[in-house]
Design a protein around this ligand. Sequence first.
Ligand SMILES: [Zn+2]
Ligand SMILES: [Zn+2]
Length: 298
Amino acid sequence: MVNGSEVVHGFPHLDTVREAITALYRRLSPDGVLAYGTSVLPADVAFADHDDLHLGAQRVARALVQQLRLPDARMIVSFREMEHAASVELAAGPEYFIELNDRFRKHRRDIGAALAHEIMHVLLHRLDLSFAGTRDNEILTDTATTYLGAGWLLLDAFREDRLSSQKLGYLTPEEFGYVLAKRSEVFGEDPSPWFTSPQAYTAFAKGRAQAQHDRRQPPLTAAGWAGRRRYAKERRHALEHPHAAGKGSPYAFEGGGPDGGLKVSFPCPTCRQRIRLPVRGRVRARCGLCRTVLECDT
Ligand SMILES: [Zn+2]
Ligand SMILES: [Zn+2]
């Protein structure tokens, strides 16, 4: 895990974040994801500066191992001077060695965030789930940590004031907010009371708006008037020009022509797997991956 230098904002990694959510559903199955219905709670990972450093780190690590459903894994946490914020040795287990940057000795309240990310590396390693390249694999790790209920800590570690800023992880604060909002939509959970950082709350609100935007795209019936109008126009175009490709749209038309059979494909707003439906008006569809029921007007 890298040390936060300058804080990037917005949604530059959104495509990879979305691929990571799909990959989680594929690897864990919807029931596997549902097993993570409760987030780790603030009380379980609270760490005050007067708590014993090593006992406290072990206690927080145990809470996160439980949250991430790694019953037999044991984390051995140590501190040393290092360039990165934290690292973990991915071995066969059941013991895993996590090293935290010495600066956490004085910033104990962020130890939970750093440990959450490193312990997620262990879970992904055991699941044999990875993305090629460090950048994408770190995005997968942050996304999975957040989707499975421990990543609100990473967002809460984001703080900015006049003199300094700090952030952990690869996702931008808004992207952490996005994944957190995706998670709350599925589990009906509201993480906002857990934030201690006002900037984290703002980023969550921005991410939540982006997540809501996903649910308001045609052909979903929740789409707004302008989106529906654009959709109708593009559908007419696809019927008349069966081989024209949709450009830059969240949805794409396929087939069509004189023999009919026009289909539309679009990403599931929950898991981002693509869904393909025949174009024939109002229909209730079920995502083949996450099983979310979707009201559509194709
Ligand atoms: Zn990492
Ligand atoms: Zn889905």
